[in-house]
Design a protein around this ligand. Structure first.
Ligand SMILES: [Zn+2]
Length: 331
């Protein structure tokens, strides 16, 4: 494994147990076991507290909501709903995902089939993606914007005709030189010591309307926007009324740089290679993981992290059908 990426995953591994447990519990969408024993949870369907105990199902406490007349259990709407596996196994599996453990290693460790491990991995990724949508990131202060490119990938499926190329061997490079249609762009905005927005919308250099779609609603008033001078970014000035600065401009060179966004890009590329690429249609799920893991590794105590541990009434559960269809990227 690449040295740098190893250090990064080691960093997550060295997090204190309570921090790691808080994230894992958040992803699982559960309250602590102690709380479960004493509390009557709010209804996950209508948030009402008019709830009574209503017998047991599969050995677990069931509840009845007097308001909407639905029944539910502690795990309804959490990541574990409809799963045979226990909370302990899920917690361990999420830990593996955050550590960047290869899928087949996890499958072997837990005795899952590759397909089961794949479905579980993607349920975790979709929950992280939902989390970032739920706790919408608002970039402020000094924010660096840039895009990075990774090779497209049809892992697990034949390369479609429209791609006009043969399958690549592991580790092979692009057939064409420079940025071609073999690459997909990840548009990123990163606040120094703050939030990250990373999303893939297309292959080529992003157009103004694509940047608009990615960053609309994510930039606070009076933000200083730093870019490498790509014209499309000027749309952010119109969108937000904030000042856009080209760091390559002669008089700005001394004062500003894109170091933070560049280090995020090297992290994304290293992680992407560590996974030997991820299927392009799933790339936004991994972008969510990259955004969260990058900040975890950089600064365990930062606010994004704290936000991770507040769950609330949101549903983070996805079905196996969602694994194949939810918010796929089609380019
Ligand atoms: Zn209800």
């Amino acid at each position: 494994m690449n040295e740098k990426i190893k250090t990064l995953f080691d960093c997550i591994k060295n997090m204190c147990k309570s921090d790691l447990d808080r994230i894992i519990n958040f992803v699982l969408g559960i309250v602590s076991v102690n709380q479960q024993l004493t509390d009557r949870p709010g209804c996950p369907h209508c948030a009402s507290s008019r709830v009574i105990k209503y017998g047991h199902k599969n050995g677990k406490q069931r509840f009845f909501c007097k308001n909407c007349t639905h029944t539910f259990m502690h795990i309804t709407n959490t990541l574990m709903a409809n799963s045979h596996y226990s909370q302990v196994i899920w917690a361990d599996f999420i830990r593996d995902t955050l550590y960047g453990e290869p899928l087949d290693n996890s499958a072997e460790k837990f005795g899952f089939s590759h397909q089961t491990a794949f479905n579980m991995r993607h349920k975790v990724l979709m929950a992280l993606q939902n989390l970032l949508k739920q706790k919408s990131v608002l970039l402020s202060g000094i924010v660096e914007f840039d895009e990075t490119f990774v090779l497209d990938c049809y892992k697990g499926a034949p390369v479609p005709e429209c791609a006009e190329r043969n399958a690549r061997k592991h580790g092979a490079k692009a057939a064409k030189r420079g940025i071609s249609n073999e690459y997909v762009a990840i548009c990123t905005g990163i606040q120094r010591n703050g939030g990250i927005v990373a999303e893939t919308v297309n292959r080529a250099k992003p157009l103004a309307e694509e940047l608009n779609a990615v960053f609309r609603g994510h930039i606070a008033e009076d933000t200083l926007i730093l870019t490498d001078g790509l014209r499309s970014y000027n749309v952010l000035e119109t969108l937000t009324n904030c000042k856009v600065i080209n760091v390559n401009h002669e008089e700005c060179k001394e004062m500003f740089n894109l170091n933070t966004v560049n280090s995020l890009h090297s992290y994304i590329k290293e992680t992407y290679n560590h996974y030997r690429g991820v299927a392009t249609k799933y790339i936004n799920r991994y972008n969510a993981l990259f955004s969260i893991a990058f900040r975890c590794a950089k600064d365990l105590k930062n606010t994004l992290f704290a936000a991770l541990c507040n769950s609330g009434q949101t549903c983070y559960w996805h079905s196996v059908k969602d694994v194949r269809s939810y918010q796929l990227v089609t380019l």
